[in-house]
Design a protein around this ligand. Structure first.
Ligand SMILES: Cc1cc2nc3c(=O)[nH]c(=O)nc-3n(C[C@H](O)[C@H](O)[C@H](O)COP(=O)(O)OP(=O)(O)OC[C@H]3O[C@@H](n4cnc5c(N)ncnc54)[C@H](O)[C@@H]3O)c2cc1C
Length: 440
């Protein structure tokens, strides 16, 4: 399975490179414009590559399950973020180099006299800069997630459309009609990806709604939504995976929210549960969701899932990061799996330990050991306290540590510290899996 994923991953990387580089090489085929100096040619090549990379960003965020599976959605989103910096760097480097080698081009900054193509170039560049600034400093700019998301899509479409029209308008390399068609075709493909995400997929989801059949208040300001498929069989998920939830409004709404499935993947009937902690605008409303409410789910996604045989599964959760672990434990219990499982579970205090009582019952149903780690323990607490660290692993796990398979989910700082501790204990990266609850 792992080998298959690696092969699929390699194929997708090749496809990605092909989409980025092929349009560039295609420009070299057919009739050529007279050669210009190296730096002019180089800057044009940077502009073309940057634009091709930006267009493919629509593919990275289109949530194609088959494509994202080998890595997991969070890795794809982080790649989307990092590669966009490269793309924007290339797009901005293009005019900067041009102006350095041909200072007379600065005259184009006189917008009244500049040709339309120059206007479009500027529009494209300002849009990509705005894209990066709003993505990197969303919190500092105090932008609501939903507002930012909408602006992000509009800016991306403007940047790419203006960039392509500028390129075709400049037509130095695109004099051949087939080369123009290639780039126009590519643009239609990129916009098609966006339409797929924003129109086709929502239409499919509209025909596959879910109905909230129960809501449960859990410890730690968390609400569990129990959802049943309505008029369709639902989907199968692997324990640890997540879905995108839309509660208020239709699937055409720009922003859906990602949540891990907390229920057993072995449950029959297609019903799923998500356990949601009150952390912001959307999540604070979850406790008010009435039974009977129609909701929409897009899923399952993610590669954070048990499957590989291991002598022991070590689940490390902080706060609401326990939800995917709960799905794993419930699934193992339902499957009668007798492999040893240890859950190291960090919570604020004893009262806010989500699923505390159920975990006690589950300890009797499978070979499960739960180690609670409390930041603020009550008087007389003899268990672990503070934050999960390497010393705790050594106290509770049998060596050799590299034999176990580790799953980590919780606040970013906790995950960084644990990944570092595992590396220091000689656990290879292939043996631990992380699910980060922040894509942005
Ligand atoms: C793979 C994954 C699984 C998750 N599973 C769970 C879970 O099981 N239980 C749980 O309580 N939480 C889970 N989360 C976190 C949850 O998605 C966010 O807490 C929630 O979307 C915040 O929305 P808000 O409007 O209430 O908070 P806000 O205050 O608006 O947002 C808080 C932060 O959450 C992030 N965020 C907000 N909206 C979105 C969005 N639509 N998509 C992506 N990120 C967003 C942003 O970084 C934002 O700054 C998960 C996140 C991810 C990525």
């Amino acid at each position: 399975m792992q080998l298959l994923y690696s092969l699929r991953g390699a194929v997708w990387i090749l496809v990605y490179l092909l989409f980025i580089l092929a349009p560039l090489f295609a420009l070299l085929a057919g009739s050529h414009a007279p050669t210009r100096d190296f730096w002019t040619e180089f800057s044009v090549a940077l502009g073309y590559s940057g634009l091709a990379m930006m267009g493919l960003q629509f593919g990275l965020t289109a949530r194609f399950r088959y494509v994202t599976e080998p890595w997991g959605e969070d890795v794809i989103y982080h790649f989307h973020r990092q590669i966009s910096l490269v793309a924007v760097g290339l797009v901005v480097a293009h005019p900067v180099i041009l102006v350095i080698v041909q200072p007379e081009l600065l005259a184009l900054s006189n917008m009244l006299e500049a040709p339309l193509s120059a206007h479009l170039a500027l529009l494209s560049i300002f849009s990509v800069i705005a894209l990066v600034v709003t993505a990197l400093w969303r919190a500092t700019l105090n932008l609501k997630y939903e507002t930012w998301h909408f602006t992000h899509i509009v800016l991306a479409v403007v940047a790419i459309t203006a960039g392509v029209v500028h390129m075709v308008g400049s037509s130095f390399y695109l004099a051949d009609p087939w080369k123009q068609s290639l780039w126009i075709g590519l643009t239609i493909f990129w916009i098609g990806l966006l339409l797929y995400v924003r129109i086709v997929k929502p239409l499919v989801m509209l025909r596959r709604p879910y109905r909230v059949s129960e809501t449960r208040q859990e410890r730690g300001e968390t609400t569990t939504l129990v959802m049943q498929p309505e008029g369709h069989p639902g989907f199968h998920f692997s324990p640890g995976q997540f879905g995108w939830l839309t509660v208020w409004g239709s699937p055409f709404k720009i922003t859906a929210h990602p949540f891990s499935f907390s229920s057993s993947a072995a449950a029959k009937g297609g019903g799923v549960e998500m356990s949601i902690r009150n952390l912001g605008d959307f999540t604070k409303e979850i406790q008010r969701v009435p039974v009977g409410k129609r909701v929409y789910l897009d899923g399952p996604y993610g590669a954070f899932t048990i499957g590989n045989p291991a002598d022991m599964h070590v689940l490390i959760a902080g706060g609401v990061g326990v939800t995917p672990m709960m799905s794993m434990i419930r699934t193992l219990a339902d499957r009668g799996d007798k492999r040893p499982v240890i859950l190291l579970y960090g919570s604020k205090d004893r009262e806010s330990i989500t699923f505390r009582e159920e975990l006690e019952l589950l300890e009797a149903r499978l070979d499960l050991t739960v180690v609670h780690v409390l930041a603020n323990p009550p008087a007389g607490w003899t268990g672990e306290q503070g934050f999960i660290n390497a010393e705790m692993f050594k106290r509770h796990l049998p060596p050799p540590y590299s034999d176990h398979e580790y799953f980590i989910c919780g606040p970013g700082v906790m995950m960084d510290a644990i990944e570092k501790a595992l590396a220091e204990m000689g656990v290879p990266m292939a043996k631990y899996h992380s699910e980060r609850y922040s894509f942005v």
